[in-house]
Design a protein around this ligand. Structure first.
Ligand code: TDO
Length: 202
């Protein structure tokens, strides 16, 4: 289902490049398969799915849910292009406070797996973007929060983005006391993983 797996600099976060099936009708892309995700020890208890439609220069984020409603997310852009950003909030992580950037697009159909304990957000680069999420916990309004988009040093491509009122009022990263703890991560050997995929074992 995937032809390439790229590790983020942030442990536990992966970009998957799908094996797109194209024919005269268009294309077919698989986002999720339980056996594959569990084979590399990712969280497979998908509890909710949703999508958002946004205009150019919208920034959504940087969001996460607090324990015990922490969420891992599988994110994919199915129309347009976004600059997608994750920030490591796990105390004790080698990349605590650092961000990583992925360009997700309908054309590439690349998929991002974001583990629990990371903040997530994106900026819309195209006229319109549709982003789909599969998430491993239910929504909890009381636990749904974030940090301010411009408080981590991310080189966003816009100075005056379109933001929600909620996102304008999120706390800055430096004032956020993280409840997330880094629990270590099994170092996935990407070459072995690709052998499995190419050998059609997944
Ligand atoms: C996330 C969410 C929101 N809502 C409601 C709350 C509000 O009335 C409306 C819009 O919510 P928000 O403004 O939080 O939507 P949005 O800013 O698009 O939130 C999303 O941002 C990106 C970056 C993510 O990573 C997502 O997980 C999610 O947090 O939808 C739900 O009912 N269920 C949900 O799971």
């Amino acid at each position: 289902m995937f032809k390439e797996v790229n590790k983020s600099i942030i442990p536990g976060c992966f970009e998957f490049i799908p094996d797109i099936k194209e024919d005269q009708r268009g294309m077919f892309v698989k986002i999720y398969n339980t056996d594959f995700y569990s084979s590399i020890l990712l969280n497979t208890s998908i509890k909710e799915s949703y999508f958002t439609i946004s205009h150019k220069n919208v920034i959504r984020g940087l969001h996460f849910q607090l324990p015990p409603y922490e969420v891992a997310k599988i994110v994919c852009c199915v129309e347009g292009e976004i600059m997608d950003v994750v920030v490591d909030l796990r105390e004790g992580s080698p990349t605590y406070g650092k961000y990583d950037i992925f360009y997700l697009s309908a054309e590439k159909s690349n998929i991002l797996y974001i583990p629990e304990g990371l903040a997530h957000g994106y900026c819309v680069l195209s006229e319109k973007a549709i982003v789909i999420y599969n998430v491993t916990n239910v929504y909890s309004k009381e636990h749904d929060t974030g940090i301010r988009w411009d408080s981590v040093g991310i080189p966003w491509p816009v100075d005056n983005p379109i933001l929600s009122e909620k996102d304008k009022n999120l706390p800055e990263f430096k004032y956020f006391h993280t409840p997330f703890k880094y629990k270590g991560y099994v170092n996935i050997n990407v070459e072995n993983l690709m052998d499995k995929i190419i050998g059609n074992k997944i």
